[in-house]
Design a protein around this ligand. Structure first.
Ligand code: GLC
Length: 544
């Protein structure tokens, strides 16, 4: 059987937009959909990505900045209207950009009419749409399950005398996916957006939708952290999350979701990428489905938590490759709206190496907005904290990685109008680190990212070829080969701040077509490839 042509989501590069922080068009200091439309040209033409993923823009009381949804099938006035959304899809598609939206199936806002009904009385028709349980005889919570953002996962409802369950904030009650009406209502939400032309979903907190129906206590974590949040959450990680999430029935739901997606458009034209954070690769890989009939891709967060050394990174990539079911397609990500930015985690010099890694590995890359210009975490003073997680655990806060996009050196970095107050502070370095300035600087992070994207797009070995990592290289270096039968690329990354020499005579000779410093293009013999401190090189090898 001839190998299948790759689907768009296997070939393309996804760019995550946090709508609040991308571009404000109306002067309220919060980014919006018209703002995103204004910037589509940048994404499609300047940067050259192929798909955008929009974090939530739905009506929300914003307790969790939009992940607490009070209407799944509308747009919050802060961001625009359904018409603006339709225009965004049209404009994006006109530029060959796919549109992926966030789907948040696990929980709604406590202000969602479904929950208002559910909590109105014990015999309301929607009571069972959420998870309610009686107190123990001593009045305590039904079990020991914890909320990911701190404290018990159970909140007492005085009026109806029961606890309701929330995996996250108490403002985000979990829907009960065991109730067939809930499942159908949420599938209808997916249908609603598919009909409006979206190309895929990033599915939020996807493992949480199925828990133990008997509500058994989680066991204590004996020390080995098995399933945990990212960043680590000390109280939460003290338990093994065996019963409050990922009940085995979840696979059936994923198969149904997949069936729904497959019934739209041409074959493999609609996709889903599920947010799940799992340490053990075989378990992670199981979410592709035994017959590759569940999630198109489970998000791979391996590079978010790996210690930044060549060997540890190689360990992650090789372990993932080894765990992948045949024909399953990998993916990689360096950052998102929940974790510290890559340039802050590893430093600016290594952020360039990381970008070369992300864009030359086998698997769909997802780029977090601003990482392409080297944005860093912005310090947030205690009085500026907005993120509910940060209010609870300041060191884990997510505000620093969600600050406004830096477009140019003018007032407010052109994220919002000069007189407006941006919802989070703009980085102090914005006069230097911004799109306009970096477009003019031939060695900037932006130019590097553009060049890597262009190189990936042009090379079947890079976007679709096989991957193998090389032994016998200095411990500070990661070297791997990407190849098809017609084409070979070698990527050599120096994770250290000292000079390194890679000696791999078996790979032959070629040409350095790009270095992360953007200062050399030259013939090279891989028997002796010299790497400068913090440098990565992309080498095209002649196949004889
Ligand atoms: C996911 C989101 C995060 C949100 C949480 C609850 O982890 O990425 O931002 O707070 O789900 O919806």
């Amino acid at each position: 059987m001839a190998p299948q042509e790759p689907a768009w989501w296997q070939r393309e590069i996804i760019y995550q937009i946090y709508p609040r922080s991308f571009q404000d068009s109306d002067g309220d200091g919060v980014g919006d959909l018209p703002g995103i439309i204004q910037r589509l040209e940048y994404l499609a033409e300047t940067l050259g990505v192929d798909a955008i993923w929009l974090s939530p823009f739905y009506p929300s009381p914003m307790a969790d900045f939009g992940y607490d949804i009070s209407n799944y099938v509308d747009v919050d006035p802060l961001f625009g209207t359904l018409e603006t959304f339709d225009e965004l899809v049209r404009e994006a598609h006109a530029r060959n950009l796919k549109v992926i939206i966030d789907f948040v199936p696990n929980h709604s806002s406590e202000q969602h009419p479904w929950f208002l009904e559910s909590r109105s009385s014990r015999d309301n028709a929607k009571r069972d749409w959420y998870t309610w349980a009686d107190a123990k005889p001593d009045g305590s919570t039904p079990n020991n399950w914890l909320g990911m953002f701190g404290g018990s996962a159970w909140t007492w409802d005085e009026a109806t005398g029961q606890y309701y369950f929330h995996s996250y904030l108490k403002e985000e009650p979990d829907l009960n996916w065991r109730n067939p009406e809930v499942k159908e209502a949420m599938f209808d939400v997916m249908r609603f957006w598919l009909e409006r032309g979206v190309d895929g979903f990033r599915i939020d907190a996807v493992l949480h939708i199925m828990k133990d129906p008997a509500l058994r206590d989680n066991p204590v974590n004996p020390g080995e952290r098995i399933v945990l949040g990212n960043p680590p959450l000390p109280e939460y990680d003290a338990q093994l999350h065996l019963h409050d999430q990922a009940h085995s029935d979840i696979h059936g739901i994923f198969r149904e979701m997949r069936h729904l997606l497959d019934s739209y458009g041409e074959e493999r034209s609609r996709m889903c990428i599920g947010e799940l954070d799992i340490f053990e690769w075989p378990t992670w890989a199981s979410y592709y489905g035994a017959a590759l009939d569940e999630l198109h891709m489970p998000f791979n967060f391996g590079l978010l938590r790996v210690p930044w050394t060549a060997q540890a990174v190689r360990g992650v990539v090789d372990a993932l490759e080894a765990a992948l079911p045949p024909e399953a397609w990998p993916n990689f990500v360096l950052g998102n709206h929940d974790v510290s930015r890559i340039a802050s985690r590893v430093g600016n010099a290594q952020a360039r190496v990381a970008m070369m890694l992300l864009l030359t590995l086998r698997g769909t890359p997802t780029l977090y907005y601003g990482d392409e210009i080297g944005m860093i975490d912005v310090p947030i003073t205690p009085d500026q904290i907005l993120d509910p997680l940060q209010q609870w655990a300041p060191e884990l806060g997510r505000d620093p990685a969600r600050t406004p996009m830096q477009w140019d050196s003018g007032p407010n970095a052109q994220f919002c109008l000069p007189g407006a107050t941006p919802w989070l502070p703009i980085a102090e370095d914005y006069r230097r680190v911004n799109v306009a300035a970096e477009r003019e600087d031939p060695r900037s992070m932006l130019v590097l990212t553009q060049a890597l994207i262009a190189a990936r797009r042009a090379s079947p070995a890079l976007f679709g070829g096989a991957y193998r990592s090389m032994d016998n290289v200095p411990p500070a270096c990661l070297v791997y080969v990407r190849e098809t039968k017609d084409e070979r690329r070698v990527i050599a990354l120096n994770f250290s701040s000292t000079d390194q020499t890679v000696a791999l005579p078996e790979l032959g000779r070629g040409r350095i077509t790009m270095s992360t410093v953007l200062d050399r293009r030259e013939p090279v013999n891989l028997a002796k490839l010299h790497l400068h401190p913090n440098e990565g090189c992309l080498v095209t090898v002649a196949l004889v």
